[in-house]
Structure formats: C-alpha cells, structure tokens
Write a protein that binds this ligand. Structure first.
Ligand code: HEC
Length: 671
C-alpha cells in the first residue's frame, strides 16, 4: 500500500513537472501558446503589480565586440526558475526571491532562443547539440547521451529549445533536425534542410506525431535561390516517428529580400472542434493555417497569387513571376513603401524633405518584391517583419492570436565588391596586377588624394549595418558601367551627389581623369571577372535619424481564430523624437504573453517598458520602466501562493535601442 502511494505521488509529480506546472519550455508548451492559465493578476488588481525582485547574472555583452542580447525566455520547473547568461551559464533561481541556487557553464551559444524542462532534467541547446542538466544538482546528467550531451556529433549550433517527449528527443540544429532515443542518445533519424535555417522555436503535436516549424531564406540577397521547391521560407511539418516530410508550404519564392518565415507556429484547436491547426507566420505578414492530420492548408481560399516581375537585371539571378498574399487570417504587413505619401507627410519640414529626396533619388519602391539591381536601390518594409522571431501568443480565453509586428523602411543595395581573393591571385599570376599601370595615372592619384578616405582603398565604400545606423558610402567598383557614373559627368553632378557628405573641391579636368581611371580599371577587372556582386540592406532614416516612413513603426494585432478577422490593433511602444515629438508605435523585439487574467503582457520596445494590455480591446492598463529593453517574450509562473511575471531585460541589438546592453531578469508580483 505504501509503495502504491509512493508510486502515485511519483507519477503525479512527474506529470505536474512537465505539463500542469507549466512554462516548461520557452514558448510555454509544445503548442507554443505563450499562454498561461494563471489568473491571479487581473484587470482589477493590476494597479498593484510591482517589482518583486531583480536578478543580474553578472555578464554584460560588450557592444563593441558582439552586439548580443539575451533572447532566451526563462523556464519554470516547479521548484526553480531557470535562466541563462551570455557567457554561457545556465542558472537556477529561487522563484520567490531571485537568489541563485546553482549555475553551470556550457558551450556557446547556450540556449540562444530557449530551453526545455522535462522529467527532472533541463535540456539546453548549444554548440554540438543538447546538454542535459539535473534540475536539483545543477550538474550534467551522465545517464543521458555522452556524459550528458545528446547530438549527432556535427559541429553545428542548436539555437532553439528541443522537444522532449516520452523516450525521444528532437533536436533542432540550424540547418537540420535529428531524433534520438532517451536516455542513450542513439540517433533515430536526421533530416537535412539544405541550408534553410530554423531561427525560431519548433512546435510539436503528439496526436499527429508532428513537428512543425518555419524556415529562413538562404542567407544572401543573391545567387542562392535556384530551386523553387526547397525548404527555405516555408512552414514544414515532419513526422516525428520517421523524420519524413509530411508537407510544406512556401511563402516567398526565390527570396531576394530576406523575408524569412518567423516565430514558433502556434498549434491549437478551435472551441468545440477536434481538428488540430498550426498557425505559421512570415515577415511578409502572411499567415498559413494547416490542419495537421491531413497536412492540408485550411486557408487556401484566402491565398491569392500576385503578379511580380521576373526580369532580373543581374545575370544568373532567378525571380518568380508571382508571390502570394494571404488575406485570412488578416494580413499583418504591407511590404510596399510609399515614397510619395511619406514625402507629403514630411513636406512642412523643408530641410528634411530635401534630404530624404536626395537619399531616395535613385530608388524603386512602386510595388512589392521588386527585382534587385546594380543600377537602382529598392525601398521596402519587412526585413525586420511584420512579425519577427518572438512570434505571437494564443490567448485561449478570447479565442484569438495576438502578435507584435514591425513597420519601418529598408533600402536594399546591390554593388560590385572588389575583389574576390581567389580571382585576384589567378589574375596576378597571369599579369602583374598593379592597377597603377593598368589605369589612368592622374585619375589614380586624384582618387588617392580626394576620394580614398571615404570610398576606400578597394573602392568598396561603407554600408553601415542596422545595429548602429544608416551611413552609406557607395562602392565605386564597376561604376563606369553603372548609372551612378552620371554623378561624375560634371562638377555640378558631383557636388549634388555629395551634398550631405563632402565639401571636397574638384575641377573638370580632375573629373575627366577620374572617369578615365574608373573606366580602364573596370574594363580590366570586369574582363577578368574579379568583381563579385554583393548585396546589403540598410535602414532608411530621415535627416534626424528617425525611420523614414509614416508611423506607427510597431503594432500589436489581435485576430480571431474563429473568423480570422482583426479584433483590435494598437501602436506598440513610444518614441520621443529629437524635436520632442512623441511617436506612437516603435520597433520591437521582445514579445507577448497572454494570461487567463484577460491580460496581454508585452515588452521589447526602445522605451524600455513592460506593458499590460486588456486582452479584449488592446487598452493599456499598466506599464513599468525597466533598466534595459525587454529582449524575449515574457513568461509567468505560480509559486507559494503568488503569480509572478518574468521579463528578460538585456536591451536591444539594433539602431534605435539605447547603446547599453544588460543582464537583468525582472520579476513582478502583486504587492
Ligand atoms: C567625405 C567623404 C567622401 C569623399 C571624400 C568622396 N565621397 Fe563620393 N560619396 C560619399 C557619400 C557619403 C556618397 C553617398 C551620398 C548619398 O547617396 O547619400 C557618395 C557618393 C558618390 C557617388 C555616387 C553618386 C550617386 O549618384 O549614387 C560617386 C560616383 C562618388 N561618390 C564618387 C566620388 C569620387 C570620385 C570622389 C573623389 C573625387 C568622392 N566621391 C569623394 C562620400 C564621399
């Protein structure tokens, strides 16, 4: 009898570990709901919500070396809150006061986008696979895999939480998936995604034995999109037992614009229905709804093909003659940038207007999915979403999905890069590649004296990445074959091109020799195929450093899972411009949590706030300033009679966020 009770207690705790005492994986559960049944904190008492404790892990990333923040939502074991640090520690905290219980150092990157707790162990993705840590001792659990490490042996990073279920683990590496037996770690199967990457978390449906996830584009803006029917930019359903593909649906075809699919697909059943559905999101604003048993698209009726240009100006590049647009669930994004509308929006500010006109003088933005070219730049929205990797939350109480989005402009630039190292050495073997001899000497010296300081020795210019700003100095390689060459036509054109950058004086004769110099050099290097075509995207900012598009630049949208229509939409976050104007709706990279208290918690905006929103109408009910911007979706747990809200506060990586990165975890409770 005693033994029976013991076993009963054992199974009950085992059960509660993994499911009832929820938030066992970074997206809450394997449906990736980011929803909690807890309803201690409600609309009525939220005014009493305040800081319970703040924990600092002690390691702040050095912005000058690597701009990384903590994107791993903590998990709850029932006894401890498990957090991570950017110097690769997994740390157990006392849920009541945030005091450290233990910490263990693993390999980089440790739990980049989350981890999973199952059956007394913490499963942490990292370099080479998944480490298994005993919840109580905080040391590697040797009974699993090779001294507590499970993986295929490949040196490839796993970024997102693994799925652990019964006696199997599913590991998601950057470009492949694998399944292993537990505890041995023996490999069951491996599925290669052919360079498509899994940045966001993966979901799992145990009824249909399905693993559901989305993939990125193939790294570059160029040359990587030969096949249409590959794994990139897709939502993918895999049979967890065999590793066989069950179905996949592609969003952007031949993606040249970095329009990844993003976020953990949300799995759910509609009220009183038996079908299990997966909702998968894309930066394009499209949402796919898949019925998991049949692996069929449920919303194919609302998917429209839109005609796009398939004429590439760049040799060898393939473009699709159509892309798709989903209207139900409601589309979350408009990729098209409207330059005219924006210019009229800023028309009163003549100085800014002039600046933006200059900045956009050689661009195209008249439709979505414009082919890229060496001769013009493309302006569009969407490279940071629409939706982004934090994805949405399934607010079960109100039968809706709530999801944050970004809306600010990008300028996509293609240019000749000098020089492919291999080619240079080949050419050097044939000739003496002393460009001085192969070019116009006067032009060469003029370049050295008057242009090199900005456009660079190799003439590659400078394209500031989105982490710090939008500084742009064009590459001058190949320029004699491009439209840009017109800027060297005469002194006026030269001066106009440099209106905001250089006061350098130049005369017609110098320009003439520069033209000869560029032409000879280009002829030689193009003939020998030494240039490489590259692409970069940059933020498009106005003269004051603000996003050059009409706000809001960030939104939260709630849409009904019953009819796919929008329930409400609000600007997310606030930004104070230099002229003290307040702009509603800002860039955001945090995420959302929904609770049975009829609340949505949101974070990740540059104003460094956590806000609580009425789930029924989007009304803001509560907010709190934190030291560093929220950096992953919030989570919640219940411990010793109280509900806690947890915010990962480590700052933002992109231009627009404060420079300072942090190491904090904030816990809020009713005081
Ligand atoms: C102080 C830095 C600086 C110097 C010096 C400079 N440039 Fe530039 N140049 C720029 C920047 C910045 C731009 C981009 C302006 C823009 O489009 O916003 C630019 C643009 C250009 C363009 C492209 C214009 C277009 O229409 O797209 C050409 C061509 C060019 N520079 C050639 C030269 C030459 C030749 C020299 C030397 C005689 C030179 N630049 C000196 C900074 C510089």
């Amino acid at each position: 009898m005693f033994k029976f009770i013991f076993l009963l207690i054992f199974f009950l705790t085992k059960f509660s570990y993994s499911y009832s005492n929820s938030w066992f994986t970074s997206a809450a559960d394997y449906d990736s709901s980011k929803y909690s049944n807890l309803n201690y904190i409600t609309k009525d008492n939220i005014k009493n919500l305040d800081t319970a404790w703040v924990y600092n892990n002690g390691h702040v990333s050095d912005r000058t070396k690597s701009i990384s923040n903590n994107q791993s939502t903590p998990i709850f074991t029932g006894n401890s809150l498990i957090v991570t640090s950017l110097d690769n520690f997994v740390i157990a905290l006392n849920p009541e006061n945030g005091k450290e219980k233990w910490r263990i150092k693993l390999k980089s990157p440790t739990a980049k986008r989350g981890m999973t707790f199952f059956d007394g162990n913490i499963f942490v993705p990292s370099l080479e696979g998944v480490f298994v840590i005993n919840e109580h001792s905080g040391i590697l659990n040797n009974t699993f895999g090779k001294f507590g490490l499970i993986g295929t042996g490949d040196k490839e990073i796993s970024l997102v939480p693994p799925i652990v279920f019964k006696d199997k683990i599913y590991i998601i590496y950057k470009t492949f998936l694998s399944s292993h037996e537990l505890p041995s770690g023996k490999l069951n199967w491996k599925l290669d995604l052919n360079r498509a990457r899994v940045w966001s978390g993966i979901s799992f449906d145990k009824e249909t034995e399905s693993l559901v996830f989305v993939t990125s584009n193939l790294v570059n803006l160029l040359g990587n999109t030969k096949i249409q029917n590959d794994f990139s930019n897709s939502v993918i359903v895999v049979d967890s037992l065999t590793g066989k593909l069950r179905c996949k649906f592609k969003d952007t075809i031949h993606d040249h614009w970095d329009l990844d699919m993003v976020g953990n697909p949300i799995l759910l059943k509609k009220k009183n229905q038996t079908e299990k559905l997966a909702y998968a999101f894309s930066k394009t604003g499209n949402t796919f709804v898949i019925e998991l048993k049949s692996c069929k698209l449920k919303n194919s009726d609302s998917i429209k093909k839109i005609k796009t240009s398939n004429e590439s100006a760049i040799k060898g590049e393939i473009y699709s003659d159509y892309q798709i647009e989903v209207s139900n669930p409601v589309n979350l994004m408009n990729l098209k940038y409207n330059l005219e509308e924006y210019l009229s929006y800023i028309s009163k500010d003549k100085i800014n207007l002039e600046y933006v006109k200059h900045r956009t003088r050689n661009t195209k933005s008249d439709s979505s999915y414009i082919p890229l070219s060496l001769n013009y730049d493309v302006i569009m929205l969407g490279l940071h979403g629409g939706p982004e990797w934090p994805g949405g939350t399934h607010d079960k109480l109100n039968n809706q999905i709530v999801i944050p989005t970004n809306h600010y402009p990008w300028i996509v630039r293609i240019y000749y890069n000098c020089c492919s190292k291999k080619k240079v050495s080949e050419v050097k073997r044939k000739f003496d590649l002393s460009l001085r001899n192969l070019t116009n000497l006067k032009g060469f010296y003029t370049y050295q004296k008057k242009c090199k300081s900005c456009h660079g020795k190799r003439k590659n210019g400078f394209y500031e990445p989105e982490f710090t700003g939008d500084k742009y100095i064009p590459s001058l390689n190949g320029i004699s074959t491009l439209k840009k060459f017109e800027s060297l036509k005469d002194v006026n054109s030269f001066n106009y091109a440099h209106k905001y950058s250089s006061k350098i004086k130049i005369n017609e004769s110098e320009l003439n020799s520069l033209r000869k110099y560029f032409t000879k050099r280009d002829n030689y290097l193009l003939e020998n195929d030494v240039y490489r075509i590259d692409g970069r995207w940059q933020l498009l900012l106005d003269k004051n450093g603000n996003f050059a598009s009409i706000p809001p630049h960030g939104k939260i949208t709630a849409f009904s899972i019953i009819n796919g229509k929008k329930n409400w939409q609000i600007p997310f976050g606030q930004k104070k411009y230099k002229d003290n104007k307040i702009i509603n709706g800002d860039m955001n990279f945090g995420g959302l949590l929904s609770t049975k208290g009829n609340l949505i918690f949101a974070t990740g905006t540059t104003d460094k706030k956590v806000v609580a929103i009425d789930a029924l109408n989007g009304k803001k009910l509560w907010n709190k300033q934190i030291e560093f911007a929220g950096s992953s979706p919030p989570m919640t747990y219940y411990y010793k009679g109280e509900q806690y809200i947890i915010i990962n506060s480590s700052g933002g990586r992109y231009y627009g966020y404060e420079n300072k990165l942090g190491d904090a975890i904030y816990a809020f409770k009713l005081l």
